[in-house]
Design a protein around this ligand. Structure first.
Ligand code: PLP
Length: 438
């Protein structure tokens, strides 16, 4: 049950917290997309639910941008973190048992992983992947897809959700990125192999890597055709280009071995983050040993450095998450079935109401686009009615269901959600969508 315990008319504690945050933190948040307006602040989380600063409980599909795979505050992960804190001491010097155990598991479960490193965030993982690809190929350019997000560093911080007039053009996420860095990143269309081929032909022998979210969840869920991923693998192999799967969202969430296990296509490098440690800060990079050996401090030529890389706390949390998923393979069956139930339910509702909307997704991830399908690539997303999504989101939040606030983003079903909760969400969505049509 969701609902507010805050006495009516009392000044919102969340708003007061947001106001004091804005006095000491620029904009009041430590990451731009954290700001969601009301509810401003959250004070606790448990399983599939979060509670805001005014005591209102929400069924949570935001999942901290997908960092929660098992659900909030999963006891197996919390116990492992506590044991790491209370255990041999947080050394960060030499090699720790926990970081070795984590790398061993990554190599065991990820099809393309022969060797693995840990970082503290997904941004650092994709930064290292791009630098490594440039180092091993000696080439300057990389290709990313319009709509793909790979973190905030200069090589990838462009062309995510772009206004139509800036899509495929030069759309930096930030000022302060040097022009040569922006120009060294080429933009292709997802699910369109010819767009990648054109860029590789235009810059023969000059493209170091193609980096992709196997399912670009940063614009909801563009599911790749098998032909596209296989074609990309063949094209990159043929041209000596490094293929990087950014599995920061898809990794451990859609299958233990990531989306590469699902599609059977093996990238050269894979990046991880978010759900890997169920909410404890982490990132990771794994891949072909001959590439990864360039990080070897003896004889390698690519710098790998980070005081907190391989952190015992993060490693312990990731080991616990992976071991839990390995011991409970029905996690994937369950979350995939719940995701399908949500997508089927949403599809039926919008069909009944005659609304031009499309339920998309994969596994436990779902998105609702306010555009007629099929939605295959970013070009199709430019038809999305963003204001309809924003209205849908606002009303769902008021009804007690928390989703990502930005149009074109995805939502997450964790191991803690139940079929009853999916059905309650569908019933609320039916009311909200019917109300929007009026
Ligand atoms: N890659 C993808 C696919 C992401 O969605 C994100 C974060 O949203 C990142 C990389 C960056 O990860 P982090 O926020 O941990 O730096």
């Amino acid at each position: 049950r969701t609902g507010s315990d805050a006495p009516a008319g009392e000044a919102s504690r969340g708003r007061r917290l947001a106001e004091s945050a804005a006095r000491v933190i620029p904009g009041g948040v430590n990451s731009a997309t954290r700001y969601i307006g009301e509810p401003y602040a959250f004070v606790s989380a448990d399983g599939a639910y979060v509670t805001d600063a005014d005591g209102r409980r929400y069924l949570d599909y935001h999942a901290a941008f997908g960092a929660m795979v098992l659900g909030h505050n999963a006891p197996v992960v919390n116990d492992a973190v506590r044991a790491a804190v209370d255990g041999p001491g947080l050394i960060g010097l030499g090699v720790s048992e926990l970081e070795v155990e984590l790398a061993r598991r990554v190599v065991e479960v990820i099809p393309s992983a022969e060797s693995a490193i840990s970082t503290m965030s997904g941004t650092e993982a994709t930064f290292q992947a791009v630098r490594l690809a440039r180092a091993v190929t000696g080439r300057p350019y990389i290709v990313k897809f319009q709509g793909g997000f790979h973190g905030s560093h200069d090589a990838v911080a462009r062309n995510v959700i772009s206004a139509p007039e800036r899509a495929y053009g030069r759309d930096p996420l930030s000022k302060g990125i040097l022009d040569p860095a922006l120009d060294a990143t080429l933009i292709a269309e997802f699910n369109d192999l010819a767009s990648v081929r054109t860029l590789l032909d235009r810059h023969p022998g000059q493209v170091a890597a193609v980096i992709m979210e196997p399912i670009p969840h940063n614009v909801g869920a563009l599911v790749p055709t098998q032909e596209f991923v296989e074609g990309l693998r063949a094209l990159t192999a043929e041209t000596g280009t490094v293929l990087i799967f950014d599995e920061v969202i898809t990794g451990f969430r859609h299958a233990l071995g990531g989306y590469q296990e699902v599609c059977g296509v093996t990238p050269d490098l894979t990046t991880f983050g978010k759900g890997m440690a169920n909410g404890v800060p982490i990132g990771g990079l794994a891949g072909r040993r001959d590439l990864m050996e360039h990080f070897n401090h003896t004889g390698g030529d690519v710098l790998l450095a980070g005081t907190f890389n391989g952190s015992p706390i993060s490693s312990a949390a990731a080991i616990a998450t992976i071991d839990h998923l390995r011991a409970n393979p029905d996690f994937y069956e369950r979350t995939h079935a719940l995701g399908q139930r949500m997508r089927d339910g949403l599809s039926a509702i919008v069909a009944d109401l005659g609304i031009d909307a499309t339920a998309a997704g994969f596994g436990g991830v779902f998105a609702l686009y306010f555009a007629k399908g099929p939605i295959r690539g970013y070009r199709d997303l430019m038809r999305n009615d963003n204001s309809a999504y924003v209205a849908f989101h606002r009303r769902m939040t008021e009804a007690g269901y928390l989703m990502l606030p930005m149009a074109l983003k995805r939502n997450h079903i964790s191991g803690a959600h139940t079929a009853e909760e999916i059905d309650a969400t569908l019933s609320a969505a039916a009311d909200v969508l019917a109300g929007m049509r009026k």
